[in-house]
Design a protein around this ligand. Structure first.
Ligand code: FES
Length: 128
């Protein structure tokens, strides 16, 4: 039997904590043994999550803790130099991120709760 090297889905928050185009819920992950912040938000009814790391310069993007959307709440916008990302795909649509994209974290919702799915590269913060 192959060794299982990914952790099971991790509880992130209650579904009701992710309001449509509202404030993101932030959480911590380990990517390649380094701690990285991540965030989840709801857009067009879908819960989505990404590493909090801009494709332009690998730095955190929020304007204030959990605030990632532009003034019109149509796009994720980096607070540093204004890179603009599609909230559902994480693809750069404008600004200095060029053809880059945010690193997506798979999330699912079940019984009123949101879970994120670790991978071989992106693990829960309590693992290394
Ligand atoms: S660091 Fe995000 S746009 Fe430059």
């Amino acid at each position: 039997m192959p060794e299982q090297d990914t952790a099971p889905p991790q509880l992130l928050c209650g579904s009701s904590e992710l309001q449509e185009r509202g404030k993101a819920v932030t959480f911590d992950v380990i990517q390649w043994r380094e701690p990285v912040r991540a965030f989840a938000l709801r857009f067009d009814g879908q819960a989505v999550a990404y590493l909090n790391r801009c494709a332009h310069v690998p730095t955190e993007m929020d304007w204030q803790e959990g605030e990632f959307l532009d003034a019109d709440k149509r796009f994720i916008m980096c607070s540093i130099h204004g890179a603009v990302y599609d909230p559902l795909s994480g693809q750069c649509v404008m600004g200095p991120c060029n053809r880059g994209r945010l690193t997506k974290i798979e999330v699912t919702e079940r019984d009123g709760e949101v879970y994120w799915h670790p991978t071989r590269d992106t693990k829960p913060a309590f693992q290394d």
